[in-house]
Design a protein around this ligand. Structure first.
Ligand SMILES: [Zn+2]
Ligand SMILES: [Zn+2]
Length: 87
């Protein structure tokens, strides 16, 4: 039977254009889907956008003399860990 191979012109994940097909062999072995890039005959690797630099702040509860900058994401965790009881 003929396999109908569908060529995709774009990777939906990273929006890069090219000629991609789903890698069926890989799926049979691993249960996961990945794209093959026909142009380079290799599995496609998504072009991950560079992350923005983390926003930095200072903890309002720490000693202003000694406190260090901390990323905004980690501040909540830091407060819970080091300033419990400070409601
Ligand atoms: Zn991709
Ligand atoms: Zn603190």
């Amino acid at each position: 039977m003929n396999l109908l191979i569908e060529i995709m012109k774009k990777c939906k994940k990273c929006n890069i254009e090219g000629n991609f097909v789903w890698d069926k062999d890989y799926h049979e072995n691993s249960g996961k889907w990945r794209l093959l890039d026909l142009d380079i005959e290799r599995p496609h690797q998504c072009q991950v956008k560079e992350l923005e630099p983390e926003k930095m702040t200072v903890c309002p509860y720490c000693n202003p003399q000694t406190r260090k900058k901390i990323s905004v994401k980690k501040l909540q965790e830091h407060i819970k860990k080091h300033h419990l009881g400070f409601y």
